[in-house]
Design a binder for this molecule. Structure first.
Ligand code: CP
Length: 318
């Protein structure tokens, strides 16, 4: 029997767990071709001409919102930004009514960031246009995990299996942590975490990770250190009794990197808190991939918008 050729069938991108390995590598290769466009003097391709994309950000963002906007425009789509402040949500309009209102304007894609876990799925279940989850509460941030993966793909090629990534910091409140653990472990990466007990999610024994509380113990054998910001805006009082002690124990500094594998690199999804989650020396060092991640974000979001907008019709809902 001849095999059906591969085609992207997802209507929405809600989290990385909906993606097969084939989907992930197809997306990474699509991002690689768009990355080349981003390096040209004229950064424009006509592939999404006539498509409309709404960027509905009900929570603050610098990297994700700007890079989706640039991504859509570089593919010649029309992009429209809406934030919570300045929208009728401030007057009490519900998420359901706001999203039905937006869909009545016939966008092809709505990119949504919202502080409630499940907000993107709520829209995907109700609207016919494609929905991209740009971060929902503590739950998921699939395009961040995909851009982190693309950054590693640029660094390692497809040799993910057997590499070791250490995630340091506030895992409990991090949607980046949840999406990254799923994606990296599905590609055969060994994932470690290092954090105080109060900043680890419940039920961690069910996750495919090794847990440490001391950086010096966690670092030997590590290829990538991924630092996470303390999400103070989501944190209940009393979880961190002393910020200075936290920084002394978990802020990544040059001495730490000497304990890891030769060639170790440092990642951070941003925004970074210098001196709290990563030292200024590390953030500005050649070991830092932080700005490479931002660069990768444009290419990956171009790939996501392109694949959703040109998908094979009659594919599954997610
Ligand atoms: N990493 C990330 O989501 O950054 P922004 O909040 O600036 O979009």
């Amino acid at each position: 029997m001849p095999q059906e050729p591969y085609s992207w069938r997802h209507k929405d991108l809600l989290d990385v767990d909906q993606l097969s390995r084939e989907d992930v590598f197809h997306l990474l290769n699509t991002a690689a071709s768009f990355h080349e466009i981003n390096l040209r003097p004229v950064k424009k391709a006509p592939v999404l001409k006539g498509k409309s994309i709404i960027l509905f950000f009900a929570e603050d963002s610098t990297r994700t919102k700007t890079s989706f906007d640039i991504a859509g425009k570089r593919l010649s789509a029309d992009t429209f930004g809406l934030s919570k402040s300045g929208s009728s949500m401030q007057k009490g309009e519900s998420l359901k009514d706001t999203s039905l209102t937006l869909e009545a304007m016939h966008p092809d894609i709505i990119v949504i960031r919202h502080n409630c876990s499940g907000a993107a799925k709520f829209l995907a279940d109700r609207l016919n246009c494609s929905i991209v989850n740009a971060g929902d509460g503590w739950h998921a941030h699939p395009t961040q995990a995909l851009l982190d993966c693309f950054t590693l793909y640029r660094h390692w090629g497809d040799a993910f299996a057997g590499k070791t990534v250490l995630i340091v910091g506030d895992c409990a409140h991090s949607r980046v942590f949840r999406s990254n653990v799923q994606l990296l472990s599905s590609l055969g990466v060994n994932v470690r975490v290092c954090a105080p007990r109060t900043l680890l999610p419940a039920g961690l024994s069910q996750w495919p990770i090794e847990v440490f509380h001391n950086l010096d113990d966690a670092l030997p054998g590590v290829d990538i250190v991924m630092c996470l910001r303390l999400q103070l805006e989501r944190m209940a009082a009393g979880l961190l009794p002393d910020m200075r002690e936290y920084s002394a124990r978990y802020c990544l500094n040059p001495r730490h990197l000497e304990l890891a594998n030769p060639g170790v690199k440092v990642m951070h999804p941003g925004p970074i808190m210098r001196g709290t989650d990563v030292s200024a020396q590390i953030a500005d060092s050649p070991e830092s991939l932080i700005l490479t991640q931002v660069e990768s974000g444009v290419a990956v979001r171009m790939a996501v918008l392109f694949l959703l907008a040109t998908r094979t019709e009659n594919g599954g809902r997610a």
